[in-house]
Design a protein around this ligand. Structure first.
Ligand code: ARG
Length: 283
C-alpha cells in the first residue's frame, strides 16, 4: 500500500486514473460510543476509546482535504453515538436530498438532524422519506444506476421511493449476512460503473444480477471483507479504505487505482469504517 504524502496526493502520479474533486459531509465522533447493539460488530461491554476515535476520524478528514476534496461538517448531537456514520444521514444525487428514516429506534433522531442540516445549507429539493432507508449505507450511485441494499435495514419499498424521487434506475440487491448489514459494507463504487464487492454477502439471485451488470468487478476475499475493506471511498483514482484490507489494496493497485489505507479501529467497533463516515454531496 502506498504511503500518503501531500505531494503524491496532489500530483496524480502515473496510473492513468483520474481523480474528481468531491464534496463530503462528515460528523465528528465527539459522542461516539457503543452503548447498544444493532449489528453483530457492536459489543457494548467492550471498551471504546472515544478520544482515539476522534484522532482517527480527524486523520480521515485531513486526508480528504489533502486529496483536494471539500468536507462540510454537521454538528454531532449528544445521545446519538452513531451519528458519526454520516453516510446513513441521507442520499444526495443531482442536488436532490432523500432524507433517511432509520430502522432502529436508537438512531431515529438522526434522520431529522441530517434533514435540518440540508435545509439550513440551502438545499431546496429535500424529501422526508416515507419508507425505511439508511441513506448511502444502502444506496450507492454508479454512472448508470442506484444500487440499493435490502435485507437488514433499508426496505424494498424505499427502493421504489428512491427511483421515483431521483428518476434514476434503482437495482435492488439482497444482503444475506448480518455482518454485512448495509450495502456499503459489501460493495463499493470505484469509478463510473466499476465496483468491487464481496459475493458471499449477497443472495444467489443478487449475485447473478451483479455478475451480469459488472462482469469485470473486483471481488474481495472473505478476509478483506471481514475488516470492512469494502467500506471504501473512491474519487476515481484514490481509494481510501481500511488499512487491514491488504489484498484489496493490491488488487486496486493492479487496476491502476491508488489505495490509501487508514486505521479507524475505534469506529470499527460500531460496525463502520471509511465509507460509513462519509456522505457524498452531489450537486
Ligand atoms: N452502528 C451503526 C449501525 O449499526 C453503524 C452504521 C455504519 N454505517 C454504514 N454506512 N454502514 O447502524
Amino acid at each position: 500500500m502506498n504511503a500518503v504524502t501531500p505531494d503524491r496526493a496532489a500530483e496524480g502520479g502515473t496510473t492513468g486514473r483520474t481523480a474528481t474533486p468531491r464534496h463530503y459531509l462528515m460528523c465528528a465522533p465527539t459522542h461516539f460510543t457503543v452503548s447498544y447493539a444493532i449489528n453483530p460488530w457492536m459489543e457494548p461491554s467492550k471498551p471504546v476509546d472515544t478520544a482515539l476515535a476522534v484522532v482517527q476520524w480527524e486523520r480521515l478528514r485531513a486526508l480528504y482535504e489533502r486529496l483536494g476534496h471539500r468536507v462540510d461538517l454537521i454538528e454531532p448531537v449528544a445521545g446519538l453515538p452513531d451519528m458519526v456514520y454520516a453516510a446513513n444521514g441521507a442520499t444526495v444525487v443531482d442536488g436532490k436530498v432523500l432524507g433517511a428514516r432509520f430502522r432502529n429506534a436508537e438512531r431515529a433522531a438522526e434522520g431529522p438532524a441530517y434533514l435540518d442540516w440540508f435545509r439550513a445549507a440551502g438545499y431546496t429539493a429535500v424529501h422526508d422519506p416515507e419508507q425505511v432507508n439508511e441513506g448511502e449505507g444502502d444506496f450507492l450511485l454508479t454512472d448508470s444506476f442506484i444500487l440499493a441494499g435490502q435485507g437488514f435495514r433499508t426496505s424494498p419499498e424505499a427502493h421504489a421511493e428512491a427511483q421515483k424521487f431521483f428518476g434514476r434506475p434503482v437495482i435492488g440487491l439482497e444482503l444475506v449476512d448480518p455482518a454485512y448489514y448495509h450495502l456499503d459494507t459489501a460493495l463499493s463504487v470505484l469509478a463510473g460503473d466499476e465496483v468491487m464487492y464481496y459475493p458471499e454477502a449477497f443472495s444467489a439471485d443478487s449475485r447473478a444480477v451483479l455478475e451480469r451488470l459488472f462482469p469485470y468487478a473486483l471481488l474481495a476475499t472473505a478476509e478483506d471483507a471481514s475488516v470492512l475493506g469494502l467500506n471504501a471511498v473512491s474519487d476515481g483514482r484514490h481509494v481510501v479504505l481500511p488499512q487491514a484490507a491488504t489484498q484489496l489494496a493490491e488488487q486496486l493497485s493492479a487496476r491502476g487505482f491508488e489505495p490509501l489505507g487508514v486505521d479507524l479501529s475505534e469506529l470499527l467497533k460500531g460496525g463502520g469504517s471509511v465509507k460509513c463516515c462519509t456522505l457524498t454531496l452531489r450537486e
